[in-house]
Design a protein around this ligand. Structure first.
Ligand SMILES: *Cc1c(COP(=O)(O)O)cnc(C)c1O
Length: 430
């Protein structure tokens, strides 16, 4: 398995090389030369496989010879050491809870997988600095995934005052090899700083950089596991499967489409967004216009220029008709999101949070226009405790505090504040 850059198809890197680089020097995202196909036999036995076995059988096709099979199996088992409950809300609506990992975010899977692959791939004495921009949840997941890993430093950039106190604590209180930088700007500014650092010759002469955003193949690709795990639990029902994905940077949705291309029988995808609706707008009008992101209560999806959309286009050979045949897109306001949290609680006794609530709304909208042979799964990407204020207000109930967060409010935050790229550069060079 080799990877090329979406800006240069002549590039050919192995999994571990693309993993270490993160982003190609031409700013292109890496993409597999050929999307592997799974055999009939795999789908016949999938109901009997454990989540880790499914993950191993699917990811090994992307890792190739970069990691020894026995080590890869260990990495996968270690990555998936928590549960992924599929909760039934009604006859044709389910939610897959992806938030039972150490930082209560679905990003734990990608972050844990990437950190372990990177640690395996570093040569003795080789040091690497991981740069990551976060709109909320990535920072915590990546910081936790890489904490205490030898020879790896992590630098988290986040927009000042635009992430919740709890989210901020998850990456500013760890210390050790984890540094946090707050940027006086938006998430898009943070993302731009990271991209510009990769292009900066001086920084690259001084540091060995990689990125842990979903632009990195080792964070992006393992997200396909969620779709295989859902399928395993639902295939017996023989319904047309549709997934509603709460989307920001579109890594998660793109990995679902990748799973489908590998042969996983998924009928349709729904790109559910907040008012940052560049992709739904494209799906509904054919016009793609990235723009500055706007703040919402589903802050992990406040993305104005989603980096993974180019990968979705690549999978569909830039064919607009194919894209709209496979993906529907809907956007929802904060008011609609709040109402959905309250509706999920009052109708099903289910406590949700803004991101999942938006995915629920997207699914409901889609199912309304379709026959009853569809079965929908909306992805639960964060634990409701991360959005405590909004959730408790809408449900008029108290959320039980999960064990993972024990002690987090007694630690102090360590943050450096910056405004300009030049300040970021000086920090990296010092
Ligand atoms: C990151 C995140 C998303 C968006 O995922 P993408 O892969 O960037 O589209 C949605 N919900 C939550 C809670 C997140 O943290």
């Amino acid at each position: 398995m080799k990877y090329y850059s979406l800006k240069n198809s002549n590039i050919s890197l192995a999994f571990n090389q693309a993993l270490k680089k993160g982003l190609s020097a031409d700013k292109g995202l890496y993409f597999p030369k050929k999307i592997p196909k799974l055999s009939e036999a795999f789908f016949q036995k999938i109901n009997k496989m454990t989540d880790s076995d499914i993950a191993f059988e699917t990811i090994k096709l992307y890792v190739g010879k970069s990691i020894k099979k026995s080590s890869l199996l260990e990495i996968v088992r270690d990555t998936l050491n928590f549960n992924f409950p599929l909760v039934k809300l009604s006859k044709n609506i389910y939610t897959l809870e992806l938030f039972h990992g150490p930082t209560l975010a679905f990003k734990d899977v990608g972050a844990r997988f990437m950190s372990r692959c990177l640690s395996y791939s570093l040569k003795k004495d080789e040091k690497i600095t991981v740069l990551v921009a976060t709109s909320g949840d990535t920072g915590g997941a990546v910081a936790n995934g890489f904490m205490d890993i030898d020879n790896i430093d992590v630098v988290v950039l986040y927009p000042k005052n635009k992430v919740s106190d709890l989210q901020e604590r998850q990456f500013t209180t760890l210390g050790k090899n984890i540094k946090a930088i707050s940027v006086d700007g938006t998430f898009d500014d943070c993302q731009r700083f990271v991209k510009d650092a990769f292009m900066d010759i001086e920084i690259n002469n001084y540091l060995n950089l990689t990125s842990a955003n979903s632009i990195n193949i080792a964070r992006w690709i393992p997200q396909m596991f969620y779709y295989f795990i859902s399928y395993k639990k639902l295939s017996e029902l023989n319904k047309k499967l549709v997934f509603s994905v709460p989307s920001g940077n579109f890594g998660n949705l793109c990995s679902g489409i990748l799973a489908k291309k590998m042969g996983l029988p998924i009928d349709h995808f729904i790109a559910s967004t907040n008012i940052n609706d560049v992709v739904p707008k494209y799906i509904n009008t054919g016009v793609y216009t990235p723009r500055a992101s706007q703040e919402t209560i589903s802050n992990a999806m406040d993305v104005g220029n989603p980096s993974n959309f180019v990968r979705i286009e690549e999978i569909f050979n830039n064919n607009y008709k194919e894209i709209v045949k496979n993906i529907s897109g809907y956007k929802f306001s904060d008011t609609e999101t709040r109402d959905a949290i309250s509706c999920l609680y009052n109708s099903f006794g289910y406590v949700s949070e803004p991101h999942a609530a938006i995915a629920y709304l997207g699914l409901k909208k889609f199912l309304k226009q379709k026959s009853s042979d569809f079965l929908g799964v909306f992805l639960g990407t964060a634990h409701p405790i991360k959005f405590k204020d909004v959730v408790e207000k809408e449900t008029k109930s108290t959320i039980k505090f999960p064990n993972q967060l024990e002690g987090i409010f007694s630690k102090s935050k360590e943050v450096v504040e910056i405004k300009k790229f030049q300040e970021f550069k000086s920090l990296l060079m010092s």
